[in-house]
Write a protein that binds this ligand. Structure first.
Ligand SMILES: CCCCCC/C=C\CC(=O)SCCNC(=O)CCNC(=O)[C@H](O)C(C)(C)COP(=O)(O)OP(=O)(O)OC[C@H]1O[C@@H](n2cnc3c(N)ncnc32)[C@H](O)[C@@H]1OP(=O)(O)O
Length: 206
């Protein structure tokens, strides 16, 4: 499966920030549970996945890209990263663990604490993406080539290997779904967090 965008310059703008601003707890609860379930499904697919990142990919967009098996990004003008601290919020543990699995503990900690958005070249250098291509068509071709490797791999061997590799991160969320949800609901009701989100939303308006 290839995950890509039909837009001109945005792969995925991340989660809809307005869902976190002055949230209705019931609605936020459904929103967050859907996100947890969607991520669990994507991160544990029984078939190979590639993200063809053909535009900017902040926060939730970066999470979805990192959750695929391989990342091909169009360069040099787009950016990718977990920028939550720039919004004055915290990337949850499973977002962080997903990044650690891709680029390692040290690079992930620097990346997460600074909320850095990496250019395509920078992302390639730290291993956040696997390949950089100059345009969307060649990126799509590369992504397809990667998937073709699996014609010679046993689906069972593929799935078992991926399960072993991803198990700790997946199991943590399965075991802590309610705790994670409760934390988000409580955290998003903090006046400081709300103020930070208000300022960030204002900064996005042109
Ligand atoms: C325990 C704590 C739990 C925390 C949970 C984790 C929470 C969040 C994870 C996230 O995913 S937060 C989202 C982070 N996303 C961003 O920071 C992206 C911000 N957007 C941009 O940088 C740019 O919009 C863009 C994606 C580079 C696209 O730029 P472009 O110039 O094409 O478009 P704009 O004119 O800037 O935007 C159009 C329009 O959309 C609004 N908007 C953009 N992104 C979001 C978003 N993620 N959520 C809600 N709204 C968004 C932007 O304000 C514009 O609105 P209008 O001015 O048209 O009203």
């Amino acid at each position: 499966m290839i995950l890509t965008s039909g837009l001109q310059k945005v792969f995925c703008a991340g989660l809809d920030i307005t869902e976190f601003y002055n949230p209705n707890p019931d609605r936020l609860s459904k929103f967050w549970t859907t996100l947890q379930d969607t991520w669990l499904s994507l991160y544990t697919t029984s078939f190979p996945t590639v993200s063809v990142i053909n535009g900017h990919s902040p926060a939730g967009g970066c999470l979805f890209a990192m959750s695929c098996d391989y990342r091909v990004m169009v360069g040099p003008n787009y950016t990718i990263g977990l920028n939550e601290t720039k919004l004055g919020i915290v990337a949850p543990k499973w977002f962080q663990d997903t990044m650690v699995a891709v680029i390692g503990q040290r690079k992930a900690e620097v990346s997460l604490t600074t909320g850095k958005m990496y250019t395509t070249d920078e992302a390639l250098q730290i291993g956040l993406i696997d390949e950089s291509l100059p345009d969307a068509n060649s990126a799509l071709k590369k992504g397809t080539q990667f998937l073709n490797n699996f014609q010679k791999i046993s689906p069972w061997a593929y799935k078992m290997t991926k399960d072993i590799s991803r198990q700790p991160t997946v199991q943590w969320l399965i075991d802590n779904k309610q705790k994670d949800l409760d934390f988000v609901i409580k955290y998003m009701q903090s006046p400081t967090v709300q103020k930070n989100l208000e300022l960030y939303l204002q900064s996005l308006k042109k």
